[in-house]
Design a protein around this ligand. Structure first.
Ligand SMILES: [Zn+2]
Length: 306
């Protein structure tokens, strides 16, 4: 199976290295969202489980893997990881993992792989139990943890594993991967594929047009404000990006910044956007709409002098 991990040469060479020899008990893939950690982890696991060893895509193991049915691949959901009930631990808790999986050899091959895509959400007790396991890991089981920032993991966990760094993808490589040549879009994506689906969506294009309209005349700005202030217009964005309304607004602020780059009033607009961002970051309950209306009032004064 050919796998390209574009823009991640360090991670790629480290993973290649650990494919050619027994993988360490714990790999920690860390770096920003949307730069390929998950697909790299799955590729690594598929190759490791493959009967031939290269993720051929044809052998029984690869076919089970492709159907997401490989019994020796345990993918934790992207949510909180709990310790689990003492007597009857629910699936995808640490007690469940230890008692119903790690106690036994793998079903099919020599090794079992456990992937936790949100290692930052491993809860305290669960972390302690997991740490004990990692101190004396069963030879037949291998862990891969993913996290955006190493700071979110305990030192004790980090010290048990090999850290594999992922970086933001350079603009030229981003253009290559996404087929986007528009500098506006490339800048907004900021070296991560996290936004790439959203940016092709019609709701994004619609908002981009509304922003351009809004910067052009007072009526447009009014319409833009009404549209942006209605949280339900961004339901899809929130789910797709797993971000709060405030974080979506933050992104919209960046779009306004990008769209106004060539305007003579750009410095003043930039200041207004930064003030909005600062307000939103305070996360004061119920203040979001206050910050928004302040922002649009200020934008109106800058652009149209009223
Ligand atoms: Zn295979």
């Amino acid at each position: 199976m050919s796998f390209q991990l574009k823009g991640q040469s360090i991670a790629r060479s480290m993973l290649d290295h650990y494919l050619s020899k027994p993988a360490p008990p714990l790999l920690i893939l860390h770096g920003p969202a949307g730069v390929g950690k998950f697909s790299a982890a799955e590729w690594f696991i598929q190759c490791s489980l493959c009967d031939i060893g290269n993720g051929c895509g044809q052998c029984p193991s690869c076919r089970l893997f492709a159907r997401q049915e490989h019994p020796d691949y345990i993918l934790f959901p992207e949510e909180r990881v709990l310790i689990g009930d003492e007597k009857q631990p629910a699936p995808f808790t640490v007690r469940w993992l230890i008692r119903t999986r790690l106690m036994y050899p793998p079903f099919k091959g020599q090794r079992r792989f456990i992937l936790m895509p949100r290692a930052d959400l491993i809860q305290n007790e669960a972390e302690t139990a997991l740490l004990k396991t990692l101190e004396e890991p069963p030879d037949h089981s291998r862990f891969i943890l993913m996290v955006e920032d190493l700071e979110l993991l305990k030192e004790t966990i980090i010290s048990r594993g090999v850290c594999i760094p992922f970086q933001l993808i350079p603009a030229s490589t981003m253009a290559d991967i996404t087929g986007q040549s528009d500098p506006y879009i490339l800048d907004l994506m900021g070296g991560s594929l996290e936004l790439s689906n959203l940016i092709l969506d019609e709701s994004f294009i619609k908002l981009k047009e509304k922003i351009e309209d809004g910067l052009g005349h007072p009526m447009g700005l009014n319409e833009l404000e009404t549209y942006v202030a209605l949280e339900k217009n961004f339901q899809g964005w929130k789910t797709h990006l797993d971000r709060s309304y405030e974080e979506v607004l933050d992104l919209i602020g960046l779009m306004i910044l990008k769209s106004s780059e060539r305007l003579p009033d750009f410095p003043a607009i930039a200041e207004a956007v930064f003030e909005l961002k600062a307000g939103l970051h305070k996360r004061m309950a119920g203040m979001t709409h206050y910050h928004l209306s302040r922002f649009f009032a200020r934008l109106g004064r800058i652009l149209f002098g009223h």
